[in-house]
Ligand binder design. Structure first.
Ligand code: MN
Length: 408
């Protein structure tokens, strides 16, 4: 009996040929040589070597240590490369060339697959923004007056975006509760997560020229899971009046896999109905393609599920965020990454942060590893997600994981 091929996947594998996310890997025998890989089942295909073996015109684009050249190549190239990859892993005649270029995932090291240019984070879940407003501003309106008129965001720190699996050092900083007479300095005692989705820009834009809603697919290559680690005590003291700073900038974790938007056509859904009319540059009421994505996220702490946030409930879409981010003429660069904002659904078990899940520590979670208000040293947080794919399949979005190590 012939040995089973890694390309013979179990039916319903969320990493089948309908998915094909991109990553960057090294092998133990050549730890210094980063290569572009495409995930198929529990294996990674050396994309550059495959392109070379099959005489593909995309060999130069794929034989790279980073996704950036492919990101910069634009939407037509993205489509053509995906078509080629799909053929390589599905057409039986290619198997003798492709099979030797597949490595088991367990035998490779995955790296941050792109160089992050600018990093922006939004605040697009009405449920999250309402919960945070109630916790931080109990005497005021939960939503600020601008919230339903524009997607609120801030510029974060691109240099501290790290790949899944990277340990997170507990940050130290200033904190001061309202009743405290003076600020104190020390390791954060309210270290938190934010379950988010990151959108990765491929095609740059010209300085001075806004990117309209309809051009979203021309600029955004794909999406990835993102954990916006947040020190709530540092954040609460520092954020007025200029927004998040050191409470966020110490680390942001992303999945090692980038799922191309083309794999998510079956996951597009209409966003929730808007309560207020939108200015024309944000009004997506007549757009042909629905702006939302039906992504099902799971948050685990030390292996235990604590939340299942539904991305389909996000008020602002990624296309609206892109349009807003550029409406003043700010240009896009290849490798720009923007986070959706914490994904929280209407239900308690759908909240995407511990701040909300424990109501700022007042209602601890009962885990098998003990009570949790915020994260303890040694805790490991993992986000996973899936989306509906074509013909009843599921598209796996991989995972983003990180373990908390003590402050230094
Ligand atoms: Mn965030």
């Amino acid at each position: 009996m012939p040995e089973q091929s890694p390309l013979d996947l179990t039916e319903g594998d969320p990493f089948g040929p309908h998915n094909l996310p991109y990553g960057v890997f090294t092998t133990a025998d050549e730890p210094g040589r980063r290569r572009l890989g495409v995930r198929i089942g529990d294996h990674v295909l050396d994309a550059g070597a495959a392109a070379h073996a099959l005489g593909s015109p995309y060999a130069a684009l794929l034989a790279q240590p980073s996704l950036n050249p492919l990101l910069a190549a634009g939407r037509t190239a993205w489509r053509d490369v995906r078509r080629a990859l799909t053929a390589w892993v599905t057409v039986p005649a290619h198997r003798p060339d492709i099979e030797p270029l597949l490595r088991p995932l367990g035998e490779v090291t995955l790296h941050l697959p792109y160089e992050v240019a600018d990093y922006v984070d939004f605040y697009a879940s009405e449920h999250h923004a309402t919960n945070v407003g109630r916790i931080f501003r109990p005497d005021g309106d939960a939503l600020t007056p601008n919230w339903k008129h524009l997607p609120i965001g801030y510029h974060g720190r691109s240099g501290t975006v790290v790949v899944s699996g990277t340990d997170i050092t507990r940050p130290a900083g200033q904190r001061k509760a309202p009743a405290d007479p003076a600020p104190v300095f020390g390791p954060s005692v309210k270290l938190d997560i934010e379950a988010e989705v990151g959108f990765l820009v491929g095609t740059p834009s010209e300085l001075g020229r806004p990117v309209p809603l309809a051009s979203f697919r021309d600029h955004v290559f794909g999406l990835t899971l993102l954990n916006d680690w947040s020190a709530r005590d540092i954040q609460a003291w520092e954020y007025v009046p200029l927004g998040p700073f050191l409470g966020k900038s110490f680390a942001t974790s992303v999945s090692a896999w980038v799922t191309p938007l083309e794999a998510l056509d079956a996951a597009r859904v209409a966003p929730p109905a808007r309560d207020l009319p939108l200015l024309p540059y944000l009004d997506d009421g007549s757009d042909e393609e629905p702006g939302g994505f039906d992504l099902h996220i799971t948050v685990r702490i030390n292996g235990e599920t604590v939340s299942e946030p539904p991305f389909s409930t996000m008020y602002w879409t990624a296309a609206q965020q892109l349009a807003h981010m550029t409406v003043n003429g700010a240009s896009l660069r290849t490798g720009d990454l923007y986070g959706s904002g914490t994904v929280s659904g209407p239900e308690v078990h759908q909240r995407g942060s511990l701040l909300e899940l424990t109501w700022n520590g007042q209602e601890p979670l009962e885990l098998s590893t003990g009570k949790r208000t915020f994260l303890e040293d040694g805790d490991e947080v993992t986000l996973t997600a899936w989306a509906p794919g074509p013909d009843g399949t599921k598209v796996g979005l991989g995972e983003v994981t990180g373990r908390i190590t003590p402050a230094r």
